[in-house]
Structure formats: structure tokens, C-alpha cells
Design a protein around this ligand. Structure first.
Ligand code: FAD
Length: 323
């Protein structure tokens, strides 16, 4: 049995491809423990295939569990016997739909505690301290967990992805997937139609808010985003109103994004929205209200009606790019 300095990373996989946040979890794990104490559980479809790629990120051993329908319940039941065997000090998950659900479930079943949506980890006086945003992103709070394993879900893009080492030899063990025990049954999965890059991975995002006044405004944002090879997203009101798909909502209850450039159009800059874009390298705001909170977060701002500003921006980008 490995010593209790070990870290167990849980990686979701679809069709043999590990979730993008997997490599980031390895960077977090390497900051906590030595490489020979890092273990990974790869769970989902094509787990065996993905286990090799995951192992190359730096795991000493990878456990692969083939699960057709990934649910937090099935993953928790797969992790539990593994945790009993490995006795890890910490279990790391990504703060995704699965991780958000899985972390508290796992902590309860392992009689320990979880901290979710972690954006920083540090050690002070021998205690590991986990920082996460609270009150809709208006404050940061520090947590410690006195019991083990400490269950921690990490916000995507918090850590840089660990590089893969193709020479790293990986021991892979296949695990039987657990059957969910609760009454929860997944009856159907409907894939969201996505064209172009995912909003969480896009380098340029153009976000539309209530100030657009209706779904028509989003067509203009799509034109701008298309010219910049970017993706369109939205604050919560346009998604609630059905002007833009819910899958494109940015913010504390939507997607957390960290693009190189975020252009916020007709968005006031609520804390719930801003906490989803705090990782953006450059924020540009277009708003007709010079006092709008979004300008406090913006590196560049245009005070004006988007109906005039966006077409002018589109025309300028066309002129500069020849598109
Ligand atoms: C628990 C909870 C969770 C939430 N989660 C989220 C979340 O994940 N994401 C999120 O976005 N919100 C979230 N919200 C909602 C949030 O509090 C705000 O209500 C929301 O972000 C406001 O969206 P908005 O900026 O588009 O709209 P508004 O606040 O109404 O702002 C519209 C802006 O458009 C500007 N405008 C109007 N017309 C024009 C024009 N012609 N040209 C230029 N500018 C114009 C206005 O000056 C204004 O600043 C949450 C709220 C709660 C309580």
C-alpha cells in the first residue's frame, strides 16, 4: 500500500478522450506531492484507451473503469473501494458538472469533507489551505479539512496543464465499474449542438447581455466572433429569456471562461457574471452607461449604444483582416 502522501486524481473520459482539465489536475497534484505518489482513476467511455494518455501526465499507476453512462453515483461507488485501498491524502476532481456533484457525495460516503470550486492551494503551518470564491465571487474564503481523504474540486483553468511525457511508463489496471445504487437513472442524453470551439476553451469570447434587447442582437455578435475566430456567450438574462442557449451562459451558475480576450456587450458587470470571466486576460466592455460596473473590470471600454459600436467594430475588423 502506498504511503498516505498519495493523491488520487479522478478523470472523466468520453470516447477515449480525457476531459481537458485532467492535465491541470496533475499540475495541482505535483504541487502537493511527489510524482511517485500520484494515482489516477480514469472513468467513462474509452477509459482503457485514455489511461495511457493520462498516465503520461505523471501518474505512477492509472486505474481504468469503463462506464457507459457516467453518473456521479457510479463514479463515487467506483472511487470508494479504490480510496479504501490507496488511502490517499487527497482526492482531486475538476469543478465540472460531474465534479460539482461528485465531490460532496464522495466526501459524505467517505466520512470526510469537500471543498469545491478551489482556485488556489497553499500550505501554512503544516495545514493545506484551499481558497474558493464565496458570495457570488465578491469574497474569497480559505478552508482546511481536518479529515482524510480531503476531497477537492478545482476550477478549470486555475492551473496550467501539466506537459505529457511520452517516455513515462504507466502501469494500468482495469477496474470493474460500479452500478449506481440510488434511484437515479439516466434515461436519455441530448447532445448540445456545438459548432467551433467550446466556450471554456475559446481564446476569444464575445458575450451578450440584456442590453442587446432581444435575440436579434446575437446575430451581430456572431458575425463579430466569427471574424475573430471566437465564440459567443451570454450573461444569464439572455439565456433565461431564450435569446441564447443556456449552455452558453457565463458566470457563477454558468461556464467559467479564461479567454485571451473577452468582449462584453450590453452587460452591466454583476459579481455573478464577473466571477465567470475573472480569468480573461483582457476584458473589453461596450455599454451605453458610463457608470456600469463592467468598466471597473475592463482594460478597454467603449461608452455607447452597441447598435452603433458593434457594426463599426465589425467593419474595422473586416478592413484590418481583409475578411
Ligand atoms: C444565485 C444567482 C446566480 C446568478 N448567476 C449568474 C451567472 O452565472 N451569470 C450571469 O451573467 N448572471 C448571473 N446572475 C444574474 C446577475 O445577478 C445579473 O442579474 C446578471 O448578470 C445581469 O445580466 P446583464 O448584465 O446582461 O443585465 P443587466 O444588469 O440588466 O445589464 C444590462 C446592461 O446593458 C446596458 N445596455 C442597455 N442597452 C444598451 C445598449 N443599447 N448598448 C449598450 N449597452 C446597453 C445597460 O447599461 C446595462 O449595464 C445570477 C444571480 C443570482 C441571484
Amino acid at each position: 500500500m502506498p504511503d498516505n502522501q498519495s493523491v488520487l486524481i479522478v478523470v472523466e473520459v468520453k470516447g477515449g478522450t480525457p476531459a481537458p482539465a485532467a492535465a491541470e489536475l496533475f499540475t495541482a497534484a505535483k504541487a502537493i506531492t511527489a510524482d511517485e505518489s500520484i494515482f489516477a482513476l480514469v472513468v467513462g467511455t474509452g477509459a482503457r484507451e485514455a489511461a495511457v494518455a493520462v498516465g503520461r501526465l505523471g501518474a505512477v499507476k492509472v486505474f481504468a473503469a469503463e462506464v457507459g453512462q457516467v453518473s456521479s453515483d457510479a463514479v463515487a461507488l467506483t472511487v470508494m473501494p479504490l480510496a479504501a485501498n490507496l488511502n490517499p491524502k487527497i482526492i482531486l476532481l475538476a469543478e465540472t458538472d460531474l465534479g460539482r456533484d461528485l465531490a460532496p457525495m464522495l466526501a459524505a460516503r467517505l466520512s470526510t469533507a469537500a471543498v469545491t470550486d478551489v482556485i488556489a492551494i497553499r500550505t501554512e503551518g503544516g495545514s493545506r489551505i484551499f481558497t474558493r470564491p464565496v458570495y457570488g465571487g465578491n469574497a474569497l474564503a480559505d478552508f482546511t479539512i481536518d479529515t482524510e481523504p480531503q476531497v477537492v474540486s478545482i476550477r478549470p483553468k486555475t492551473f496550467a496543464p501539466a506537459p505529457a511525457n511520452d517516455k513515462h511508463t504507466v502501469e494500468i489496471l482495469e477496474l470493474p465499474a460500479a452500478e449506481p445504487l440510488t434511484g437515479v437513472q439516466i434515461l436519455e442524453r441530448v447532445a448540445v449542438k456545438e459548432t467551433g470551439p467550446k466556450i471554456e476553451e475559446a481564446k476569444i469570447v464575445v458575450g451578450g447581455g440584456r442590453g442587446l434587447g432581444g435575440p436579434e442582437g446575437f446575430a451581430q455578435l456572431q458575425e463579430l466572433a466569427g471574424l475573430l475566430d471566437g465564440v459567443v456567450g451570454a450573461s444569464r438574462p439572455p439565456c433565461d429569456q431564450g435569446w441564447w442557449p443556456e449552455s452558453g451562459q457565463i458566470g457563477v451558475t454558468g461556464k467559467i471562461i479564461a479567454p485571451d480576450l473577452y468582449i462584453a456587450v450590453g452587460i452591466s458587470g454583476s459579481s455573478q457574471h464577473l466571477s465567470g470571466v475573472s480569468g480573461a486576460k483582457t476584458l473589453v466592455a461596450i455599454n451605453k452607461d458610463a457608470e456600469a460596473n463592467i468598466f471597473k473590470a475592463a482594460a478597454y471600454g467603449v461608452t455607447g449604444d452597441w447598435k452603433k459600436v458593434v457594426p463599426a467594430l465589425v467593419a474595422k475588423v473586416k478592413e484590418l483582416t481583409g475578411r
